[in-house]
Design a protein around this ligand. Structure first.
Ligand code: AMP
Length: 199
């Protein structure tokens, strides 16, 4: 499975991406996690990304695109991938399409998680308290939601035009949302999505 997950911060896409990747036995590639690991290790990439992340801005396209293209070349992505947090701009989506076209293995689906702004703010405030993420303080949260609306939301139409888009209602228990997601995708081994989860 080659899949991208879209959604505003707090929509639950990270949690679902891990579960989808497990179901399809493919790589889970979360750009935010890669950046946070690089910041923690003090790498050059981490230093390049940190100021943008702390402000709730997007890391420049050329930095992110180079990082993701390198990651997709790793062996574990041969069996497919779930991209969580990439693409976030039309330029990133186009770069991904170009690379996958070169490889002759185009994207199979784009999932967009839909959650009301009120619910997002509630979840993000909880996450800020639990995880001490510098970018989860309220002012930065609002900025990240604006950045999503301006830069990332256009990708919903981008993938709709390519007939790859599935909208997913992201409100509910984690398991319920996973079942919704899997019921919109070809299930691994053709099993019922609810049963597939139990395996
Ligand atoms: P996330 O954990 O996906 O919310 O990402 C945390 C932060 O990492 C974002 O607010 C951005 O600063 C940066 N980031 C992650 N993915 C991307 C991307 N595809 N493009 C630009 N910046 C990104």
């Amino acid at each position: 499975m080659r899949l991208v997950v879209l959604g505003p911060p707090g929509a639950g896409k990270g949690t679902q991406a891990v579960r989808i990747a497990e179901q399809f036995a493919c790589a889970d590639v979360a750009t935010g996690d890669i950046f946070r690991a690089n910041v923690a290790e003090g790498t050059e990439l981490g230093r390049a990304a940190q100021e943008y992340m702390d402000r709730g801005d997007l890391v420049p396209d050329e930095v992110v695109i180079a990082m993701v293209m390198e990651r997709l070349a790793e062996r574990d992505c041969d069996s497919g991938f779930v991209l969580d947090g990439f693409p976030r701009t039309v330029a990133q989506a186009e770069a991904l399409d170009r690379r996958l076209a070169e490889l002759g293995s185009p994207l199979e689906a784009a999932l967009s998680f839909d959650v009301t702004e009120e619910e997002l703010l509630r979840r993000l405030a909880g996450r800020a308290a639990a995880q001490h993420r510098a970018d989860d303080v309220e002012q930065t949260i609002r900025h990240r939601l604006e950045v999503f609306a301006i830069k990332t939301r256009p990708l919903i139409d981008y993938y709709r035009h390519r007939r790859l888009l599935s909208m997913v209602d992201g409100v509910g228990q984690v398991e319920e949302v996973t079942i919704r997601v899997l019921s919109g995708l070809p299930t691994p081994g053709g099993r019922d999505p609810a049963l597939a989860l139990a395996v």
